[in-house]
Write a protein that binds this ligand. Structure first.
Ligand SMILES: Cc1ncc(COP(=O)(O)O)c(C=O)c1O
Length: 366
C-alpha cells in the first residue's frame, strides 16, 4: 500500500497567510492603503545603494552582516555585536519562536496580534494564548495573569497592529518584572520610527540590562524597503548566540543590506515622514470623529476605525465605498474577541489621505 508524505501536525493547522489586497478586481488601485507601506517610497540614497549592487549579483552577501549592523549600531547607539539582521523582522520573530519553543509550550500574545507570530508557534506544535485588551490597548495585567509554567515567549508589538496603540515604558517594565526569567519577552517595534509620543521607548535599554528581552525592528515601513525584505533585532549576547545557530548564513541579501545601511543613516527622512504622519493622524482622527465614528488613538502609520453602533454604517460598507473610488483599505479581524466592526487604513500621502476623508465623509453622511 502506498502512502503519501505527511506534514507535521502543527503545520497542517496553519491557514495560508492572506496578504493585503493589491488590486481591485483586475485594476491597480489609485491608493493602496492596505499593508502599512511607506507613503513616500524609499530614501534616495538607499535606492542608489540598491542599484550599486547590480555588478555584484554573482557574489554571496556578507553572512556576517557587518556593514548593516555597524550602520544600525552607529545611528541608534547600540552594540553591533548584539544585532542580528533577517529577511524582514518576521524572520527574526520566527527564529526566536523556533529557537525557544517546543511542542506543548505556550506563546503569549495580546488579543490583537500580528498573525505571523501564531503561524510559527503552531508550526512547532506550541499553543497560542491570548490576553484581552482594554480599549484596544495591550493590558499588562491580563498578560501576566495568563503566564503559566509552559509560557516560553511573550510578544508585544509596540505600537501594535492593527490597533496602532502603544504601551509606555513603565508598563513594559512591569511586564518584564512579572515574567519568569526563562521567558523571552519580544518587543516588536516594526512601527517604532513613527512614534512621536514623548513617553514611548522601543526597548533597546531594557535589552541591554536583561538577559531575556529581544527588540525587533523593520525596514519595511518607515524606510520603504518592504519589497527587499530586511529587518533586525537587538538582543542580549546569550540570545544572539542562540539565534545565530538557526539563522541561515545568507538570510539577508546583499541588495537589501546595502539599501538598508543607507536608509537608516537618513534620519532627516525619518523626521520628515514622521512629521507628515503625525500631522495626518491628528487630522484624520479629528475629522472622522466629527463624522460619528471612533478612531482608535494611533501612534503608527495606520489607524483603526471602529464602526460599532454606527447606525447602519459598517466597516464592510466603508471598504466598499473606498474601493469604488480606487482606494484599498485593510479589513481586519474584529479587533479582539468581542467582535468589533473595524477597518484599518494606512496613512498615505496628502492626496491619498484627502481622498479617504472625502469618500468616508460621503459614505458616513449619506
Ligand atoms: C506588528 C508587525 N510586526 C512585524 C511585521 C513584519 O515586518 P517585516 O516586513 O519587517 O517582516 C509587521 C508587518 O506588517 C507588523 O505589522
Amino acid at each position: 500500500m502506498s502512502d503519501t508524505p505527511r506534514a507535521v501536525p502543527g503545520v497542517l493547522q496553519i491557514a495560508p497567510y492572506q496578504q493585503g489586497k493589491s488590486k481591485i478586481g483586475e485594476r491597480l488601485p489609485r491608493y493602496k492603503l492596505s499593508a502599512n507601506e511607506s507613503a513616500f517610497g524609499t530614501p534616495p540614497a538607499a535606492v542608489d545603494a540598491y542599484e550599486s549592487i547590480r555588478d555584484l549579483l554573482h557574489r554571496y552577501p556578507d553572512g556576517n552582516q557587518a556593514d548593516l549592523r555597524e550602520a544600525i549600531a552607529d545611528v541608534y547607539g547600540l552594540e553591533a555585536d548584539q544585532i542580528v539582521c533577517g529577511n524582514g523582522s518576521e524572520e527574526i520573530i520566527g527564529l526566536t519562536i523556533r529557537c525557544f519553543m517546543d511542542a506543548g509550550d505556550e506563546l503569549l500574545l495580546s488579543e490583537n496580534f500580528f498573525g505571523v507570530c501564531a503561524l510559527y508557534a503552531m508550526s512547532v506544535g506550541a499553543k497560542v494564548v491570548t490576553a484581552p485588551e482594554k480599549h484596544f490597548v495591550t493590558d499588562v495585567d491580563a498578560l501576566l495573569a495568563r503566564v503559566t509554567d509552559r509560557t516560553r515567549v511573550v510578544i508585544l508589538a509596540n505600537p501594535n497592529n492593527p490597533t496602532g496603540t502603544y504601551v509606555a515604558p513603565a508598563e513594559i517594565e512591569r511586564l518584564h518584572q512579572g515574567l519568569p526569567s526563562n521567558v523571552v519577552l519580544l518587543l516588536d517595534g516594526a512601527y517604532a520610527e513613527y512614534v512621536t509620543a514623548p513617553d514611548y521607548d522601543a526597548g533597546a535599554e531594557l535589552v541591554e540590562r536583561s538577559e531575556n528581552v529581544v527588540m525587533t525592528r523593520s525596514f519595511s515601513k518607515m524606510f520603504g524597503l518592504a519589497g527587499l525584505r530586511i529587518g533586525w533585532c537587538y538582543a542580549p549576547p546569550g540570545i544572539v548566540g542562540v539565534l545565530q545557530r538557526l539563522r541561515v548564513p545568507f538570510n539577508a541579501n546583499a541588495a537589501a543590506m546595502a539599501a538598508a545601511a543607507e536608509a537608516v543613516r537618513d534620519q532627516a527622512w525619518v523626521e520628515r515622514v514622521r512629521d507628515h504622519n503625525a500631522r495626518w493622524l491628528a487630522r484624520i482622527s479629528e475629522e472622522l470623529t466629527r463624522l460619528g465614528v471612533r478612531v482608535v488613538p494611533s501612534v503608527a502609520n495606520f489607524y483603526l476605525i471602529v464602526f460599532d453602533d454606527c447606525d447602519g454604517k459598517s466597516a464592510a460598507g466603508a471598504a466598499g465605498a473606498l474601493e469604488a473610488e480606487g482606494i484599498i483599505p485593510r479589513p481586519v479581524g474584529a479587533g479582539g474577541g468581542d467582535g468589533h466592526d473595524v477597518l484599518r487604513i494606512t496613512v498615505g500621502d496628502d492626496d491619498a489621505n484627502r481622498a479617504v476623508l472625502d469618500v468616508l465623509q460621503r459614505y458616513l453622511t449619506a
